[in-house]
Ligand binder design. Sequence first.
Ligand SMILES: *Cc1c(COP(=O)(O)O)cnc(C)c1O
Length: 227
Amino acid sequence: MSAAPTVTARIEEVRARMAAAADSAGRSLSGVTLVAVSKTFPDDAVRAVRDAGLLDFGESRAQALQQRLEASPPLAVRWHFVGRLQRNKVEMVVGHATLIHSVDRMALAERIADVAAAGDRVQRVLVQVNVSDDPDKAGFTVEETAGTVARLRQLPGISVQGLMTIPALHADPADAFQRMRNLRDDLRSHFPEVVHLSMGMSGDYEPAILHGATIIRVGTGIFGPRQ
Ligand SMILES: *Cc1c(COP(=O)(O)O)cnc(C)c1O
């Protein structure tokens, strides 16, 4: 039994729904990057999704990312880091992830900047915002975000490219996404490199696109249910 047709069908459905959402928002689909969040799925599933045409993949644990990077034959995709990152694992991620979506505290940002600068790199990151003030979710408050971005801009080794959020389960996602968009617009008027909005997962990527997401992070919608 081959998994490939199933994956292909799921990707087609996600792409069709992305296109419809972009269309109703009057946006171009080229302004939305689909990141396939592969956590817990085998390397062969990553290969099947890659062979179906996706370039961007996400992992939420440093150890898992490292294993992907060591896969043989190489997976040859672009990796995004989307999960909680411990300071002692930063070296496993910096320079390997095209974008770290989940900078959720100043000490982590400083560690990323130090490790990147020591390797003569600039690590691209997003600042994670706890837009629904969910005690179970990481991230800066909306009120803290502008000051955080201003401080991170002073650090060599790190470049803030935008914001990321995971709304609370009980929150109205459209409302949360719109507040993120307003925050991004406000920041961008001061800091032009703050462009990206990483928001929307399998259950809510359509409202995210309607409200300006430039990156969506889809796991089960592409790979199928997790065990
Ligand atoms: C797992 C995960 C996703 C994807 O979730 P799905 O519901 O499977 O689409 C997106 N973002 C983050 C941060 C995740 O950990």
